[in-house]
Design a protein around this ligand. Structure first.
Ligand code: SAM
Length: 381
């Protein structure tokens, strides 16, 4: 067994991907799919890559609810401690990860433990299944989801569920899509602006889950973190037992599994009614101004989208949470569509940098206001 002072540390400037999803968040999300279709997971093989029962509530949830969900098989893989430390984390020690669950098992091997990932499996049998039936062994490699070994498990699976390492989000999504699998994964609203992710959203190949960018009981989604999690730039909240959490705004689930919420059209007023009765002062005062560098109107609030407007509309990215594909189509994103503001430079002041839509301020008197990223949508006939 390694000695305490063998602590392995990683470069300080690396971002930590070690934050863990809470059981209730997983339960709440899965329940929403079951309400829509109780057989969502029936006879399916579910793969939880990037997971570990000692650390992950995903494995715990799916193992405890194996029978209720009607699963055929559950596979969960974890990433080797040395690889975690080397590639992901700040100042973590192998002792942050080594548990009695592992050291107390007959197959524990202190020489290979830091280098190898682990695999946990549960298969349907003629008896009630629970978490104590989980069996584990070391993988051949370090459990990197991109490895041939874990990719084979992906190919065997029907549904992939996890909170993937945020720093590898794009690669993770491509890895799922390459195998054409169903998925339920956690990500951040900023991912929508990624060039390779946005087309999946636009083409309805992936959508937001039931909880996305939503506060519950006044709180963003919270994730538990190890004691060594870097506190700079992140608010750390401790509970009575000293367990530490981070609160991450703009976070939620992405999926390509059906759920009822996304087919519920957003209740909207006509443009005339919005201009008269909107609860937003800006809409009452300014209406729906047209962008200077793209032919669409600005709709600063998703609940102020005019129900009777047939042209192109720019809406905040948070609209995705309310997006119903039967009601609207997504045409594109400002990052791709915005015309170069350089063309308008001679006409007035604008803030340079990034492709954004601009509005003319002060009735177009040579000053332009840069907007946040916008989605361009159009009403479906
Ligand atoms: C955001 S954490 C989430 C952990 C767990 N899924 C949960 O939600 O509780 C992401 C996990 O992925 C692991 N990880 C990082 N890079 C990985 C890779 N290339 N392959 C597999 N797992 C990786 C990290 O060590 C970390 O434990």
């Amino acid at each position: 067994m390694p000695k305490k002072n063998d602590t392995l540390t990683a470069a300080k400037d690396k971002k930590s991907d070690e934050f863990y999803t809470q059981y209730e968040d997983i339960q709440r999300e899965i329940n929403a799919y079951l309400e829509y279709n109780p057989d969502t997971f029936r006879d399916k093989t579910v793969l939880l890559p990037c997971d570990d029962p000692e650390w992950s509530n995903f494995t715990r949830f799916f193992a405890q609810n194996f029978d209720m969900l009607g699963l055929k098989k559950l596979i969960s893989t974890s990433y080797a401690t040395e690889s975690k430390i080397a590639h992901e984390c700040v100042q973590l020690s192998i002792f942050d990860f080594l548990t009695e669950f592992e050291t107390g098992s007959p197959q524990y091997d202190e020489t290979i433990s830091p280098k190898r990932g682990k695999i946990f499996t549960l298969t349907r049998r003629n008896k009630k299944i629970d978490i104590n039936d989980l069996r584990w062994q070391y993988l051949e490699g370090d459990g990197d989801f991109r490895s041939e070994e874990v990719s084979h498990l992906r190919d065997e699976a029907d549904i992939i569920v996890t909170n993937p390492p945020f720093s590898l989000f794009r690669e993770f999504v491509s890895w799922i899509m390459a195998a054409n699998k169903q998925c339920l994964i956690i990500g951040n609203i900023n991912c929508i602006t990624y060039k390779d992710f946005f087309p999946l959203i636009q083409q309805n190949k992936i959508w937001t889950g039931c909880r996305f960018n939503k506060r519950i009981n006044g709180r963003n989604m919270m994730f538990s973190v190890p004691d060594s999690y870097p506190s700079s730039g992140t608010e750390i909240i401790s509970d009575e037992s000293g367990k530490r959490y981070i609160s991450v705004a703009g976070t939620g689930w992405f999926t390509n599994i059906e759920h009822g919420r996304r087919h519920q059209p957003l209740p909207l007023m006509t443009m005339a009614d919005n201009l008269r009765y909107s609860k937003h002062k800006e809409i009452l005062e300014r209406g729906y101004p047209r962008y200077v560098n793209y032919n669409a109107i600005e709709v600063s609030y998703s609940d102020a989208i005019p129900s009777d407007y047939d042209g192109l509309m720019g809406v905040p990215i948070s609209f995705l949470n309310m997006y119903c594909p039967e009601q609207f189509e997504i045409i594109g994103i400002s990052l791709e569509l915005a015309d170069d503001m350089g063309k308008y430079a001679e006409k007035g002041e604008y803030m340079a940098g990034g492709k954004r839509f601009y509005l003319a301020e002060q009735n177009g008197k040579y000053k332009y206001r840069r907007m946040y990223d916008r989605l361009i949508i159009r009403r479906k006939q």
